[in-house]
Design a protein around this ligand. Structure first.
Ligand code: NI
Length: 200
């Protein structure tokens, strides 16, 4: 355990620096729980949790992070990026924090795409996801958000939403021959180099 990873004084968020938190890895039973709804979305205790999630996601080059991944059993996700070295070919997704998110699949059409997960480091798998969804939830400021998304944006949301129901992407893979280590699947790629650096 690195020093400085636990908050020395628990209490309401007072603007202290956010912390990079340890990310739970696949095999940890806490990743398999159905997370609990946030009872009070205005609870100031959410502030430092969200700040830590943002800091942790950025430090690890993630495109999304769900609260259960840092051991917080709440229905809370963050996601979004302008550009991301782990997904260099994807269009931007707006930076979003959602409390008690919901998901509605709008089509029977699915598309296979390569996914990774900060809780499954070093690996990628080909995962079918619905191509068109509507989703929403409560923003950190209390406003209600509702949005439609397609393509990678829809994929990212579905991946994060799955974490809240205790589902990791390997459970969604149909063809297990399309699941493996990045340096073996994509040898010599920039992605392999980025992943090696992110994991370091
Ligand atoms: Ni994930």
């Amino acid at each position: 355990m690195m020093p400085g990873r636990s908050r020395p004084v628990p209490g309401p968020y007072d603007g202290e620096a956010a912390l990079i938190r340890d990310i739970l890895k696949m095999g940890d039973p806490r990743l398999l729980r159905v997370a609990k709804p946030v009872e009070d979305p205005a609870d100031p205790a959410l502030g430092p949790i969200i700040a830590d999630m943002v800091e942790t996601m950025h430090a690890t080059n993630g495109v999304g992070l769900a609260a259960p991944q840092i051991g917080v059993d709440l229905r809370l996700v963050i996601f979004g990026f302008d550009t991301n070295p782990r997904y260099p070919d994807e269009a931007p997704v707006p930076a979003t924090t959602l409390i008690n998110p919901w998901l509605k699949i709008l089509t029977d059409e699915t598309e296979d795409g390569w996914e990774g997960c900060l809780s499954v480091p070093g690996l990628r798998g080909l995962v079918p996801r619905a191509t068109h969804i509507r989703y929403g939830g409560i923003l950190e400021g209390g406003e209600v958000l509702e949005r439609e998304a397609r393509g990678f944006h829809a994929r990212v949301f579905q991946h994060e939403y799955d974490h809240l129901d205790g589902i990791l992407y390997p459970q969604r893979i149909r063809d297990m021959t399309k699941f493996g280590f990045i340096e073996a699947l994509f040898p010599g790629s920039l992605l392999a180099a980025v992943e090696a650096e992110s994991a370091a």
